[in-house]
Design a binder for this molecule. Structure first.
Ligand code: CUK
Ligand code: CUA
Length: 767
């Protein structure tokens, strides 16, 4: 029979007393509601968002990080933050912008030779296959510095940044075509294309917008600028875009808010932009046949502007690439329905939302039935003949998202601070719910794809005012989670977002995401390739050539190899570190103080710190992740020798602190620890641990750690044979440390098996 060990008994005892304590301290639900002043509605809302400890969310949301230039990842319905992804801005925790590899990514985003270390991110877009989210890639735009970034969802890291060579700013990106062939990026404020100068007096003639179609190579996971093209458009101040799908596949839509082509000058007595840009009753929606434009580009008919292929307006007009339709005044969103048959546009200065019919638009185009031509010769379709319905949804409607139920949509209403649920087929309002306050975008689960999932809606509110604990004049943003599963919408949760103004969010069913937990050893995570600097344990080295020093090092619990690095003042130093861990979440960091160095080296990754050691001194370096019990000991010294210094300044004097008795004591401890390990191994292997993938990983990790103990044990014994008690004791200590790590992981695995009902499969052999 198996004996219950004293350790197990004490764990059981602990659990038992915890149960009793809970029973004593517990309140009834009624008591909690009373004490916290909660209504039944509140409690239902709480229960709908609560994810128990260790549980998972059903959806994962990717939010623009606004001015932070990052992406915020959170779970729905819990609204728990999961990650910030560094995109256009350095992010120290991830080492993004601090290791040489990610600096190369950020460098792709330089403009006119200048580092741009922030971004005004607005619209994230998930990659699609046949119009449905596939969970592979995320794209996001930078409005201020016209750029698009590619994030690989295998590791949630930014892989590429492309700069738009035509524009000085943009807004209508990132939106993907249904198979992610292209990522759309539309201009905003008109400028001469190609970063040129032209006087404002030439506004109508020389200022332009452009809708760019960035070619995405899915196999490579990168945008190919050489296979990308743009369609030139008039200086109408384009706003948002969306790609057609199903019925309207091959087309895209972009609206505009200043088709007046007005230029302000308030300082010289002219009426401001805001007045001049809202004179007309309508603006103009751009309807673009991108498939046709692609064909013209492939036939070599595009002209090159600052290296980018551009289909000029006259060619676009002549070849049936570009059409215009009057749309509600100062519109914001343009949202294509899941079947591609309707395009919903809201005018900020109109209380109506307009539903355009793709069938009608296509009919007019096919019959070449144009109402007129604009000043640039672009065919303009008749508004009434293109419209399906106009529906009054409230004051200041902006964006629309689609429900799982056909014909049902949700529109954000900025001035009225509400979400309106309505039926666009029949043109009737179904429900409204107040939000707090002044909503911008809104988002339903996979709501801009071909298969919206319904269930939840997130309202992205511009003003938080009285919703959260005050934190000074700059308030957090407010994301409100709304239950849309029933006929009446219900606000469930207010989440403050304290990292810039998120404009848009997309959410995907969590089961579609399959991120990896470790890299193949030696991976440069920023490029996704094997790093030329990958280093295996045992081949660590320092190579010098003139004034350049390359350190090839490794990281593993709990030491950095090498531990002493000696360089000369003025040397250019590269420290390449490879994390040898296979265990999940065993990330090590690396910092050298005063040199602005901070790496995040996840399991398997190789990252490089690059700096010029221009000031002599003694610089401790260490691991910045609390990775193990001996984390603080994960340290070393960078010795920057003063000019004219001598080499042996970095040498140490050997001490002789330990005697035979110390060695014997350490060996005794090792022997006792081995017994603990053996009993844990006995427990694990006698259970069906192979049915628990997490435990299988832990067992692999524990086995690694125990194997690492072999070398130090041998060195200890050899030193003991030579009666070098100093080194014998220290190596025996190292042997013990590996045992401790083994036991630590083993006990975690054992606890996991116990908590998850592992079954006994064999009786462990008697020791
Ligand atoms: S957004 Cu960019 S101005 Cu409504 Cu898409 Cu906020
Ligand atoms: Cu590695 Cu702390």
């Amino acid at each position: 029979m198996r004996k219950t060990s004293p350790k197990t008994l004490s764990i059981l005892g602990g659990a038992l007393s915890l149960c009793l304590a809970t029973a004593v301290a517990a309140d009834t639900l009624q008591e909690v509601m009373k004490a916290r002043n909660l209504t039944e509605q509140n409690v239902i809302a709480a229960a709908k968002t609560y994810v128990p400890s260790g549980g998972r969310d059903e959806f994962v949301a990717f939010s623009s990080g606004g001015q932070s230039g990052q992406v915020i990842v959170y779970g729905i319905p819990s609204m728990r933050l999961l990650k910030y992804i560094g995109v256009f801005t350095p992010e120290p925790w991830q080492g993004y912008g601090f290791d040489a590899e990610s600096k190369a990514v950020l460098d792709e985003g330089r403009i006119d030779g200048r580092d741009i270390t922030w971004g005004d991110t607005h619209h994230p877009a998930l990659s699609e296959t046949d119009g449905v989210y596939d969970g592979q890639f995320l794209f996001i735009n930078d409005k201020s510095n016209p750029r698009i970034a590619v994030i690989d969802l295998k590791d949630f890291e930014t892989k590429q940044i492309v700069v738009n060579p035509l524009l000085r700013n943009e807004h209508g990106g990132a939106f993907v075509t249904p198979n992610t062939d292209y990522i759309i990026e539309g201009s905003q404020y008109p400028t001469p294309l190609g970063h040129e100068f032209a006087p404002l007096s030439d506004f109508n003639e020389k200022y332009r917008g452009a809708i760019t179609y960035w070619k995405f190579n899915r196999e490579k996971g990168r945008i190919e600028p050489e296979n990308s093209f743009a369609v030139e458009v008039p200086p109408y101040s384009q706003d948002l875009s969306d790609a057609g799908k199903v019925a309207s596949d091959g087309w895209s839509f972009t609206n505009s808010f200043c088709s007046e082509r007005y230029v302000g000058g308030i300082e010289s007595g002219r009426p401001p932009f805001e007045a001049g840009c809202s004179q007309k009753d309508t603006d103009l929606m751009h309807v673009i046949n991108w498939r046709k434009a692609e064909q013209l580009f492939k036939e070599g008919k595009a002209k090159k502007v600052n290296g980018m292929a551009v289909i000029p307006i006259d060619l676009a007009a002549k070849e049936g690439v570009l059409f215009l339709i009057p749309e509600p005044k100062s519109p914001h969103g343009v949202d294509v329905s899941p079947d591609g048959k309707y395009i919903i546009v809201s005018g900020k200065l109109d209380s109506h939302t307009w539903v355009f019919s793709w069938d009608k638009i296509k009919g007019l185009i096919d019959r070449k039935e144009y109402a007129e031509k604009d000043p640039y010769g672009i065919p303009v379709l008749d508004m009434q003949k293109s419209l399906h319905k106009q529906v009054e949804v409230g004051l200041g409607p902006l964006h629309t998202q689609y429900d799982k139920t056909p014909c049902v949509v949700y529109t954000s209403v900025y001035v009225d601070s509400q979400v309106t649920k309505w039926n666009y087929c029949e043109g009737k309002v179904l429900d409204t719910v107040p939000v707090h306050y002044n909503i911008g975008h809104l988002m339903t689960m996979e709501g801009d794809s071909r298969e919206p999932q319904g269930k939840y809606l997130v309202a992205m509110n511009k003003l938080a005012i009285d919703r959260f604990n005050p934190v000074g004049p700059l308030h957090p943003q407010s994301h409100q989670l709304i239950d849309i599963s029933g006929p009446k919408m219900q606000v469930l949760y207010d989440m403050p977002v304290p990292l810039g103004e998120p404009h848009y969010v997309v959410a995907i069913r969590a089961s579609k995401l399959k991120p990896e937990v470790r890299y193949k050893i030696g991976t440069d995570s920023r490029s996704g390739e094997q790093s030329p600097y990958a280093t295996r344990a045992g081949s660590e080295r320092i190579e010098r050539s003139g004034k350049t020093v390359h350190v090839y090092g490794t990281l593993i619990r709990s030491h950095i190899t090498p531990e002493i690095i000696e360089v000369n003042e003025g040397d250019e130093v590269f420290v390449h570190l490879t994390n040898q861990e296979r265990a999940q979440d065993q990330t090590h960091g690396f910092t050298v103080g005063s040199y602005n160095v901070n790496l995040s080296v996840e399991p398997g990754k190789t990252a490089t710190a690059h700096f010029v050691a221009d000031k002599s001194g003694v610089y401790p370096y260490y691991c910045t992740e609390f990775c193990s019990a001996l984390h603080l000991e994960m340290e070393g010294y960078l010795m920057v020798l003063p000019k004219g210094g001598t080499k042996d300044q970095a040498k140490m004097k050997e001490g002789a602190t330990y005697a035979k008795a110390d060695y014997d004591k350490q060996v005794e401890q090792c022997t006792a620890t081995q017994k603990v390990i053996d009993s844990v191994v006995g427990f694990i292997t006698s259970h069906n641990y192979k049915d628990f993938p997490l435990v299988v990983g832990m067992v692999e990790d524990a086995t690694d750690q125990l194997n690492f103990a072999v070398g130090p044990k041998k060195k200890a014994e050899d030193a003991a044979t030579a009666q070098d008690w100093q080194n014998a004791t220290l190596w025996a200590q190292q042997w013990f440390l590996y045992q401790v790590k083994t036991a630590d992981i083993g006990l975690r695995a054992k606890a996991y098996l116990e908590q998850n009902g592992a079954k006994l499969v064999t009786v462990p052999a008697k020791k």
